[in-house]
Design a protein. Structure first.
Length: 279
């Protein structure tokens, strides 16, 4: 089934979204030639989709199972007005952020499958994006159908040595097995945590072996969709020290939390994408 949506360049740019560090399984399948459009794909949990800009109708066309369309509309967060966020940025005096917005037009914060995003960001710690993507794809190839993300019941009882072999997971394999077992025995209910107030959800995540502050904030933002989450990794530390050097770290965070309350995570994504592109 094909579903069409009218989306401006400011509202949707898959090139920006898939290279923003928030998602590891969105790709460009084919580069358009001879008048044909670029085609993209995404997978999240049990769901998969193809999409492209239809030049004849000037709409984005999304091809997926009819039963999955509600998931994908939520995944792309189509109900949120990102232009309102952008208008606030355009009206600010923050030159770096304004430049980041120009560079990151079409950014959105995705609402990803909770189980997949949880394990993906456990894998992400002290890691880089190409290695994260490779490890995730190996897990899908070995323990699922190569497309969909493997379930907790599959990952829970894999011998740690096997899970480490050729996956580049290293010490993270132990975390993945432990988290998977906790999900199976009912000790960890990710969906229930996602419905808690911000502070409670964050603290419950930190109590899980393998989840530190950066991973917790990523899960909160890219899975639970707490838009006030502001993950700080090495790139964000560089931004704070190099591009906002007139602030202390505490003063900088106070500025972000005050000026952009309720969508700090969106600000972080614009900054992150812009800084990496400039490197």
């Amino acid at each position: 089934m094909v579903f069409s949506k009218s989306l401006t360049a400011e509202e949707f740019n898959p090139e920006v979204i898939m290279n923003s560090g928030q998602v590891f399984r969105m790709t460009k399948e084919t580069k358009g030639a001879n008048g044909m459009p670029d085609t993209y794909s995404a997978c999240s949990g049990d769901n998969d989709i193809y999409f492209y800009l239809n030049k004849d109708t000037d709409t984005w066309d999304f091809a997926c199972e009819d039963s999955q369309w509600d998931f994908w509309q939520r995944y792309f967060d189509f109900e949120t007005d990102y232009k309102a966020f952008n208008d606030a940025i355009r009206g600010s005096n923050d030159r770096f952020l304004k430049d980041a917005l120009k560079d990151s037009f079409g950014m959105r914060i995705l609402r990803q499958d909770l189980w997949e995003v949880f394990i993906s960001y456990v894998i992400s710690q002290n890691n880089n994006i190409p290695k994260i993507k490779k490890s995730i794809q190996i897990l899908c190839d070995r323990y699922s159908d190569g497309i969909h993300f493997p379930k907790a019941e599959k990952l829970a009882y894999i011998p740690e040595s096997e899970l480490m072999d050729g996956t580049a997971l290293g010490y993270r394999a132990d975390y993945i097995i432990g988290i998977s077992k906790a999900v199976l025995d009912g000790g960890l209910d990710i969906e229930s945590i996602s419905k808690l107030p911000y502070d409670q959800a964050y603290n419950q995540l930190l109590a899980i072996k393998g989840v530190g502050p950066k991973v917790a904030n990523c899960i909160m933002l890219y899975g639970f969709h707490f838009m006030e989450s502001y993950p700080i990794d090495t790139w964000m530390k560089k931004i704070i020290t190099e591009d906002y050097s007139n602030y202390s770290k505490d003063d900088y965070l106070k500025y972000i939390n005050t000026a952009y309350s309720g969508y700090q995570g969106y600000i972080q994504q614009l900054q992150f994408y812009h800084k990496r592109k400039k490197k």
